[in-house]
Ligand binder design. Structure first.
Ligand SMILES: [Fe+2]
Ligand SMILES: [Fe+2]
Length: 254
């Protein structure tokens, strides 16, 4: 599939409800690891998922504006506290003046270090997760603790059946390689393995997460890095995680 990759790409659209990938910059502007940002729009209200660091902010804002007035962004969802997830927070608070911040309760007291002092706008997500209402849809913040952050959440959208998995599913592309959708899962798995062995702490939280999401009807898995896994690729990804064997500290001790 060829894409103008700096442009957004609509992953789901039923008229009132959209799930949008917010593009990627073709230039040198995106420093650090390439990251995906996403937006859910429902009945004219927007929620941004892991809107990212300083260098991607301009492109994210431009692409959000193609769909809704930034003043209609009600919510910013942060899977965890890493700079590639939340680094642009102090700018986001100015540009999306009515947005509530959703982040694990573990990270709330760290937020002032980003220059964001308006604590009233923060809704801490408790360890067990919570519902987030956007327009007519109730999104689910799903616990994914220790994958890789100790206070970590994924987001499930029941309207599109899309599961955002943060850093789980991350792939690191070699130079001059990039694609938005996984086509050959086995070759893509090689790009995911290094991250999952080293950045995840151990098997137990991964097995617990696999149990947690077992009941969900998942059509697409969208990670914060790497490529999107649809239908059979999403199933293969879950099977791949199940069979990954020792990871993190167990892997390092070998
Ligand atoms: Fe991270
Ligand atoms: Fe990340």
């Amino acid at each position: 599939m060829s894409l103008r990759i700096h442009k957004p790409y609509i992953l789901y659209d039923d008229g009132d409800h959209k799930f949008v990938w917010l593009g990627l910059d073709e230039s040198e502007a995106e420093k650090g690891i390439l990251a995906n940002q996403y937006m859910v729009v429902d009945s004219g209200h927007g929620l941004l998922i892991d809107p990212g660091g300083y260098y991607v902010f301009q492109r994210v804002l431009e692409n959000v504006s193609e769909f809704i007035d930034p003043a209609r962004v009600d919510a910013l969802f942060f899977s965890h506290q890493d700079p590639d997830v939340i680094g642009s927070l102090n700018i986001l608070l100015d540009v999306f003046p009515d947005a509530t911040i959703y982040i694990s309760e573990l990270w709330v007291r760290f937020i002032p270090h980003l220059g964001a002092l308006d604590i009233k706008r923060i809704k801490p997500i408790p360890d067990q997760g919570m519902d987030i209402v956007l327009g007519k849809t109730t999104l689910k913040a799903i616990p994914a603790h220790f994958l890789h952050s100790p206070g970590n959440f994924h987001l499930y959208d029941p309207a599109s059946k899309i599961l955002f998995t943060g850093d789980l599913g991350a792939a690191v592309f070699p130079p001059n390689t990039w694609y938005l959708f996984v086509e050959d899962f086995d070759s893509h798995a090689k790009l995911m393995e290094g991250f999952h062995r080293r950045y995840l702490p151990c098997r137990r939280p991964l097995d617990k997460w696999l149990e947690t999401i077992r009941g969900l009807d998942i059509r697409m898995i969208v990670p914060q890095h790497g490529a999107i896994m649809e239908e059979d690729k999403a199933e293969k990804f879950l099977k791949w995680l199940e069979g990954l064997g020792e990871i993190g500290v167990e892997h390092m001790e070998k």
